[in-house]
Design a protein around this ligand. Structure first.
Ligand SMILES: [Mn+2]
Length: 193
């Protein structure tokens, strides 16, 4: 699914969970999106991961670097696996650890603000200190190789006039994700004979 607002993910997961009840969600995002509600709505982009946790989805988050105290308390209370940007930028050891904590079947929700603003400025709520292109590549490639990704969304691109680079960056990431997905199908077919 292509967004649009991150709130869309909660609706998608309702349907995905009907087909794959054991699905886990990997969230790439600058923000926790774990508020009980935001600006009067429980279905806000700032509450989407909270709704998924309440549905019973196992969730893992990476690249997070903006939270309120309510969200941090929720992370601690529920013992949620969250890999904060300051723990992962410039390192590679988190990739295997984050993937290991996911179930076999995974849905990827990719909020483009996980990228550093220097890589992708065209997003509604930018945060400094994000991941670069190659860090995201390394993580996504490992994710698609090691888990069965059954669905994905890319959200929060907010195109700006004269900024073609941001749009192209997201388009290329989606293109590569489809390629990694196809590679996994092909590898499995080989193994299965
Ligand atoms: Mn988000």
């Amino acid at each position: 699914m292509l967004g649009g607002e991150h709130s869309l993910t909660a609706g998608v997961l309702r349907a995905v969970r009907e087909a794959y009840p054991e699905v886990g969600v990997i969230q790439c995002d600058a923000h926790g999106d774990l508020r009980e509600s935001y600006e009067g709505s429980r279905w806000s982009h700032a509450s989407v991961m909270r709704r998924l946790v309440e549905m019973g989805c196992p969730t893992v988050g990476v690249g997070i670097r903006s939270l309120c105290s309510e969200e941090m308390a929720f992370i601690r209370e529920r013992k949620l696996q969250r890999w904060f940007a300051h723990q992962i930028v410039g390192r590679t050891d988190w990739i295997a650890a984050a993937i290991k904590s996911l179930p076999a079947t995974v849905y990827l929700t990719f909020d483009v603000d996980v990228f550093d603003g220097a890589v992708l400025p065209a997003t509604g709520t930018p945060e400094p200190g994000g991941l670069n292109w190659y860090e995201v590549q390394a993580f996504m490639q490992a994710l698609f190789a090691q888990r069965r990704v059954v669905g994905m969304d890319f959200v929060e691109l907010a195109p700006r006039p004269y900024d073609h680079a941001s749009n192209f960056t997201v388009a290329k990431l989606i293109y590569k994700a489809i390629g990694w997905f196809a590679q996994r199908q092909k590898d499995q077919w080989k193994v299965g004979g």
